[in-house]
Design a protein around this ligand. Structure first.
Ligand SMILES: Nc1ncnc2c1ncn2[C@@H]1O[C@H](COP(=O)(O)OP(=O)(O)OP(=O)(O)O)[C@@H](O)[C@H]1O
Length: 261
């Protein structure tokens, strides 16, 4: 069997007395798409931050391709947040080029001549992939929410990550635009053979996009001291291509709602 791209072995995350995550034991293969749901404040973003390397586990081991996950963000892991992932003072193409600039010239943070031309061409190609060719020279404030999220995705993909972390990427978008974004993410997932972890509050979105759905919840509750116990993955649901996402999410909803309420 191949080495999992991500493995958590007895991982805990605590902030002082606040136990956020406890005893996470998880294994994810390359190319999987994991949707993550759970109540507000239960530690979903904290988990993505551990994967990104922005936070470190208090205990346990987090492995990337079988090796300890580096304690800092790296090019193999890209992230898209719900909002504000892009720089407002740069145009779309400049935003996308910036990823390349930092990857290739971290000290100078600028490129010259041929390298700059190459970064520009690659940025334009990436914008084309996410459907933003026409908006390449617009500033984020001149773009809709959906366009800004396309831009954030293009920016994250520019470093050619193996793992894409999506923290409620479509939460602020209208339903019609969300549908378009679902198509885009599904297509990019397949095309770039990405491993995706996506936090969502929309169960049917989680079911229809992921090939696996995790529910984060606490196994143990202490009403007097809610910070005493952390969340774990209480449901790990495989979703096959033939699953009827709508029916599945309808059937699972009452069970999962209890956890995420
Ligand atoms: N840097 C930090 N320092 C101290 N506590 C933190 C820090 N980051 C997160 N927490 C705490 O960890 C807990 C989990 O927060 P987190 O943002 O991971 O939850 P979440 O499930 O993503 O919530 P939401 O769905 O509302 O975004 C919260 O109690 C939060 O206050």
């Amino acid at each position: 069997m191949s080495t999992p791209i991500i493995q958590a072995i007895d991982v805990w995350k605590e902030y002082g007395d606040n136990v956020v995550l406890e005893r996470l034991n998880l294994s994810v293969e390359e190319g999987e798409f994991v949707s993550i749901v759970g109540a507000s404040g239960c530690g979903k973003s904290t988990f993505l931050n551990l994967l990104l390397g922005n936070e470190t586990a208090s205990r346990g081991k987090l492995l990337l391709n079988g090796e300890p996950l580096p304690n800092e963000p790296g090019p193999e892991r890209g992230i898209v947040f719900q909002k504000y992932s892009v720089f407002p003072h740069l145009t779309a193409v400049q935003n996308v080029m910036l990823s390349d600039v930092f990857a290739k010239a971290p000290v100078l943070a600028s490129l010259f001549g041929k390298a700059k031309q190459q970064a520009y061409s690659q940025a334009m190609a990436m914008l084309d992939k996410v459907g933003l060719t026409e908006a390449a020279h617009k500033y984020p404030t001149e773009m809709s929410g959906g366009m800004q999220q396309r831009l954030a995705i293009a920016q994250a993909l520019m470093k050619k990550p193996k793992i894409l972390l999506l923290d409620e990427p479509f939460g602020a978008l209208d339903p019609g635009i969300r549908k378009d974004m679902h198509k885009l993410v599904h297509q990019l997932w397949q095309e770039h053979k990405l491993t995706i972890f996506m936090i969502t509050h929309d169960l049917s979105e989680g079911f229809s996009l992921g090939n696996r759905l995790w529910v984060f919840d606490k196994h143990r509750h202490d009403a007097q001291h809610p910070e005493r116990f952390g969340a774990q993955v209480t449901f790990d649901i495989p979703i096959s291509k033939d699953s009827d996402a709508a029916r599945f999410s309808e059937e699972m909803k009452p069970i999962i709602d209890k956890s995420v309420a």
